[in-house]
Design a protein around this ligand. Structure first.
Ligand code: FMN
Length: 363
């Protein structure tokens, strides 16, 4: 039997996650009508991951309010109909030993776009006169190629915090055990964090503490609302990939701050604020960022980005560069990646679905 750290459990608060192979949030742009309600598609999609051996599945970016969505076809969690539709998804994940998580999101100036399928598919602004909505951001700026946003007032900021709190409460009601605050990929919280998109001169702009204030307010209020039992993640883009932008040093400092406010794990991605920047994409290209944040902030850290093989995933954990790995596109290709990885690494799992025992993987 191989010495596989990938399949060792990890405990966060009172929650034990059975292994370190996790499914990251991935927008499917498949909500019912324009109501943000999960459908049969979502039950089948997340159900496949429930049977596939992963430890944690984080449901895609889910709008905390109608205007928080990237597009009309995003999921939402601002009403009871949405909560009821999430319940069978979380129940099936839990029944199969998988921890259900959800990413709570506000798209800010990258909202009100056409529904697209796939990463980067939703990138054309829908104008207000065509049924879209006025987007908001830290400052009255536009994401390249999108319509300009209006700067949030302090009342508007307080409303965003309240929307995250209500969404967190509803997520717990829906059965989620991990809540991930989306502070990455150029969306609203990242727009506040980065000096490239935040030109405010009030308490929410300027020095790092001010740019981080929206995130800190959200984390503090969400933690107070959901209590000690619920595990909190923050997803950061650790760098804007340009000189003078948000970077891994600031990410580490803010990770330290959110740790003190109750965050249990940071999920380290990169980019999304700027178009056309040079990103050294390649296998595991974001792992060094996760490692940097883990070393500096001493909080469990998850790595993501072009991790595709069992050996690569296992090595990232064994070398101590991250505490968990998230595999996105590889899970879309193969929802049973974890089962396959265990066989490849010579690990026998007691949670492989018995219904599938006739189809063992060859190691
Ligand atoms: C179809 C698709 C949708 C995505 N949607 C989200 C999302 O909702 N929230 C998020 O933080 N990242 C999202 N991502 C990024 C993934 O979570 C992940 O970070 C990225 O795909 C890199 O990992 P990979 O190379 O293993 O796919 C999405 C990626 C894909 C492919």
């Amino acid at each position: 039997m191989t010495n596989s750290t990938l399949f060792t459990p990890i405990t966060l608060r009172n929650l034990t996650i059975r292994n370190r192979v996790w499914v990251p949030p991935m927008c499917m742009y498949s909500a019912l009508g324009k109501d943000g309600v999960p459908t049969e598609f979502h039950r089948a999609h997340y159900g496949a991951f429930a049977l596939g051996g992963a430890g944690l599945v984080i449901v895609e970016a889910t709008g905390v309010s109608p205007e928080a969505r990237i597009s009309f076809h995003d999921l939402g969690i601002w009403n009871e109909a949405q909560v009821e539709a999430f319940k069978p998804i979380t129940a099936f994940l839990k029944a199969n030993g998988v921890v259900p998580g959800i990413q709570l999101a506000h798209a800010g100036r990258k909202a009100s776009t056409s529904p697209g399928w796939g990463y980067g598919g939703a990138d054309e602004t829908i104008a207000v006169e065509d049924g879209g909505w006025q987007t908001v951001s830290a400052s009255a700026t536009a994401h390249e190629g999108y319509a300009p946003a209006v700067a949030l007032t302090e009342e508007g900021i307080a409303q965003v915090v309240a929307d995250f709190v209500a969404a967190a409460r509803r997520s717990v009601e829906a059965g989620f055990q991990v809540l991930e605050i989306h502070a990455a990929h150029g969306y609203l919280i990242h727009q506040f964090l980065s000096p490239l998109s935040n030109q405010r001169t009030d308490d929410f702009g300027g020095p790092l503490k001010n740019r981080a204030r929206l995130l800190l307010d959200i984390v503090r209020a969400v933690h107070a609302e959901v209590g000690e039992e619920i595990v909190l993640f923050v997803r950061f883009s650790a760098t804007d990939w340009v000189e003078g932008g948000w970077n891994e040093e600031e990410t580490s400092i803010v990770t330290d701050w959110v740790k003190d406010l109750g965050v249990d794990t940071v999920d380290i991605s990169t980019g999304g604020l700027l178009e056309g920047v040079k990103i050294p994409v390649g296998p595991g290209y974001q792992v060094p960022m996760a490692h940097y944040v883990k070393e500096h902030a001493h909080l469990p850290t998850s790595a993501v980005g072009m991790i595709t093989t069992p050996e690569q995933a296992n090595e990232i954990i064994t070398s101590g560069r991250a505490d968990a790995v998230m595999l996105g596109k590889e899970h879309l290709r193969d929802p049973h990646f974890a089962l396959r990885a265990a066989a490849k690494l010579g690990v026998s799992l007691d949670y492989a679905p018995p219904q599938y025992q006739w189809a063992p993987y060859s190691s």
